[in-house]
Design a protein around this ligand. Structure first.
Ligand SMILES: C[C@@]1(CC(=O)O)c2cc3[nH]c(cc4nc(cc5[nH]c(cc(n2)[C@H]1CCC(=O)O)[C@@](C)(CC(=O)O)[C@@H]5CCC(=O)O)C(CC(=O)O)=C4CCC(=O)O)c(CCC(=O)O)c3CC(=O)O
Ligand SMILES: NC(=O)C1=CN([C@@H]2O[C@H](COP(=O)(O)OP(=O)(O)OC[C@H]3O[C@@H](n4cnc5c(N)ncnc54)[C@H](O)[C@@H]3O)[C@@H](O)[C@H]2O)C=CC1
Length: 188
C-alpha cells in the first residue's frame, strides 16, 4: 500500500449506501469540501438532514453505473456485498474506489486518522484488523495531543520566514535543523 494524502476540495465523490458507514465517510469528506452525492434507497436521518440543508445531494434509489462514471472517488458502502463488488468491477481503472465490505475489491483503503492542524497521522492494517488500526490511532492521539496544532503552526511560520530570508542555503538548513531539534528536545 502506498500512502497518499489527497486534496479533495471540489472533487466529485459518489457514495453508494446511506447507512452509518456511508455517513462516517461522508462527514470526513465534507470537512475537506468535496462535492458529494449519495445514492441509496434509504438513508439515516443525519444524511437526509445534510441533503435538506443542500450540503450534499441524495438520490433516493439503488445505484447505477451512470451515477459514478464521472466520479473522482467512489465509495461502495451498501449492505449488499455483491452490489459493492459490482461497483468496483464497473469502475474505470482511472477511478479511486473504496469498498467498505471487502478490502480487496477496491483500490483505496480508508485509514484510521486524526489531524492536529497541518499534522495528520493515519494508520492502516490493510483490512487485517480495523480495530487494531483504531487502537493504535488512539494511542498516537494521546502522544500527539491537541497542543501539537500550535507547535506545527509555529514551525510552519518559522520555516516560512527562514525560506524568505536572504541567507545561503546551507545556513537555512542549519537554522531549520536547530529549530526542529529545540522543538524535539522540548516536546518529544
Ligand atoms: C477495509 C476497510 C474498509 C475501507 O477501506 O473502507 C474496513 C473493513 C471492515 N471493517 C469492519 C469492521 C469494523 N471496522 C471498524 C472500524 C474502522 N474501520 C475502518 C477502516 C476499514 N474497515 C478499512 C480497513 C482499515 C484497516 O484495516 O486499517 C476505520 C479505520 C476507518 C473508518 O471506517 O472510518 C474505522 C476505525 C475508525 C476510527 O479510527 O475511529 C470496527 C471497530 C469500530 O467501529 O469501532 C469494526 C468492528 C470490529 C472489527 O471487525 O474489527 C468489517 C467487518 C464488517 C462486518 O462484519 O459486517 C470490514 C469488512 C472486511 O473486513 O472485509
Ligand atoms: N469501518 C468499516 O469500514 C466498516 C464497514 N462495514 C461494511 O460497510 C457496509 C455498510 O454498513 P452500514 O452502513 O452499517 O449498513 P446499513 O445497513 O446501515 O446501510 C446500508 C445502506 O445501503 C443502502 N443500499 C442497499 N442496497 C443498495 C443499492 N443497490 N444501491 C445503493 N444503496 C443501497 C441501503 O439503503 C442503506 O442506506 C457493510 O457492507 C459492512 O460490511 C461495516 C462495519 C465497519
Amino acid at each position: 500500500m502506498y500512502p497518499l494524502f489527497v486534496n479533495m476540495k471540489n472533487k466529485k465523490v459518489v457514495i453508494a449506501g446511506g447507512g452509518k458507514i456511508a455517513y462516517r465517510r461522508l462527514l470526513a469528506l465534507l470537512k475537506e469540501e468535496a462535492d458529494i452525492t449519495v445514492i441509496s434507497p434509504t438513508a439515516i436521518d443525519e444524511i437526509v438532514q445534510l441533503a435538506n440543508e443542500r450540503k450534499i445531494i441524495w438520490h433516493q434509489r439503488p445505484i447505477e453505473h451512470t451515477d459514478y462514471k464521472d466520479a473522482f472517488l467512489i465509495i461502495a458502502a451498501t449492505n449488499d456485498p455483491e452490489v459493492n463488488k459490482q461497483i468496483a468491477q464497473d469502475a474505470s481503472p482511472h477511478q479511486l474506489v473504496n469498498v467498505a465490505s471487502d478490502h480487496e475489491s477496491g483500490n483505496v483503503h480508508i485509514p484510521s486518522f486524526f489531524s492536529r492542524g497541518k499534522l495528520t497521522i493515519a494508520v492502516t492494517t490493510e483490512g487485517a484488523s480495523p480495530s487494531l488500526a483504531k487502537a493504535i490511532k488512539e494511542k498516537l492521539e494521546e502522544i500527539f495531543d491537541e497542543s501539537y496544532e500550535d507547535y506545527v503552526s509555529f514551525l510552519y511560520e518559522q520555516r516560512k520566514k527562514l525560506k524568505e530570508m536572504d541567507l545561503p542555503e546551507k545556513e537555512k538548513k542549519k537554522k531549520l535543523s536547530e529549530l526542529l531539534h529545540q522543538f524535539i528536545e522540548k516536546e518529544l
